[in-house]
Structure formats: C-alpha cells, structure tokens
Design a protein around this ligand. Structure first.
Ligand code: DHB
Ligand code: MG
Length: 222
C-alpha cells in the first residue's frame, strides 16, 4: 500500500462516518493558515478518541500537547456537563489559538488550557493533590514521554486509561540502534511501561492521512 492509498481510504471513511459527528475540521484549516505544524490527530483518530472517552464515561481528562485544540475539542465533546478537560501546551501562541477554537465550539466551560512546560504544570497538579484523571491523552514532545509517564502516574487511579500518540514513528520504534531523540524517547517510555506492574498495555499501528504510526493503549490495573 502506498501513502496515496492510505490517504484515499481515510477520505472515504471520513465521508462515510464523520458527517453525523460534525468534524471540527475548521481547526485543521486554521492550523494550516497559521503555519502551525500538521501534528494534530486525524479526523478519524479524533472521533475515535471521543468514542473511547465516552465509552469509559470519562469526566476528567488530561491532555498533554494541545496544539490548536483539535483533539481537545473531540475529547471535550465526550464530557458530561460537570466534566473537566485540562490540556497542557508549551507555546503561548497555541494556547491563545486553541482557546479561541474551543470557545467557538461552545466548550470553554469544560476546558482549561494551561501554558508553559508540561513538567511544571504536572508538578503543580501533583503538589495540589489534583483528583485523578479517567483518561490521559499523551501527545506532546516525544523526547519527554518517559518524564511525562513518570509524572502522570501520580495523577491516575486504578482503571485510568492512558493513550499515547505517535509511538510507532513509521516503524522506527523497533530500531534498537536508533539515535533519533523522539524514537529513543518512545523506546524508553515502552521500557518503563514494560517494567511497571501497575500497567497493562497494548499498542495499535495505524495508517492513514498521517502515514504509518500508532497509539499505545495503557490501563492502570493496580
Ligand atoms: C509529530 C508529533 C505528533 O504529535 C504527531 O501526531 C505527528 C508528528 C512530530 O513531532 O513530528
Ligand atoms: Mg500526535
């Protein structure tokens, strides 16, 4: 299969399946206009995240890596009216833009986007004894996935679902000799998951408009 075929299949499935879900695709268009790198989840992946969050009845969601708020909007749509999504974003420009997008969707009352380094925001949350999250979507800089996992483990309960994006990296994740910092970050992350008996995990390779990549699906079991 070629990338063309992945793309064509994604377009077919989006047309078939996402009409009823009213894809907030304006965010992806805006992202492009504003020269924000095309790192958001695909429309089908966004819809998948919403279905997953709704299926587990998530009322508290943590996202690492807001970008322009595309996955944020999908996830927030899964929340009940008393729910909360906290999303962490390094760049203040993205924070401003994402807040606008979330507001346009009428979701501001459910979403709290916090700027600055995720490590600092996570430390504050740990210090404050922030209530545990039902779902955590990890989609920030891959180099720091190990650090984020370590911190996140202080913000979970038994049953929390952790989804980590971009863990396959065009298949590079299986390259033990990789010197790519992102690949090394993901491999260390998997070593930590492997060693942590509180976690049960799987991963799914994906193809589509974002090429060959994948999600890790991790459940806190004890
Ligand atoms: C990159 C990051 C992402 O979160 C993503 O979904 C795709 C690519 C990147 O850093 O290149
Ligand atoms: Mg990603």
């Amino acid at each position: 299969m070629t990338h063309d075929k992945f793309l064509k299949t994604d377009i077919y499935l989006e047309e078939k399946l996402l009409k009823r879900a009213s894809d907030p695709v304006f965010v992806l268009d805006r992202q492009k206009e504003l020269d924000i790198p095309p790192m958001a989840v695909s429309p089908l992946q966004g819809a998948f995240l919403k279905i997953l969050a709704e299926s587990i009845g998530a009322s508290r969601i943590l996202e690492l890596g807001t970008l322009a708020g595309y996955s944020t909007i999908w996830l927030a749509r899964a929340l009940p009216e008393n729910g909360k999504l906290i999303s962490l974003e390094l760049f203040e420009r993205n924070v401003r833009i994402a807040r606008e997008h979330v507001a346009e969707e009428g979701l501001s009352h459910l979403v709290d986007i916090r700027g600055g380094e995720a490590e600092i925001s996570l430390n504050i949350m740990l210090n404050d004894g922030e209530a545990p999250f039902d779902l955590i979507f990890l989609d920030a800089d891959k180099v720091n996935y190990p650090l984020y996992l370590e911190r996140i483990m202080g913000l979970v309960r038994r049953g929390t679902l952790i989804i980590a994006d971009n863990v396959v990296r065009n298949g590079d994740v299986s390259e033990a000799n990789s010197e790519d910092p992102s690949t090394c970050g993901v491999r260390t992350f998997f070593n930590m998951v492997e060693a942590d008996n509180r976690l049960e995990a799987s991963a799914l390779q994906t193809v589509g408009s974002k090429g060959h990549d994948g999600f890790a699906v991790i459940r806190v079991v004890r």
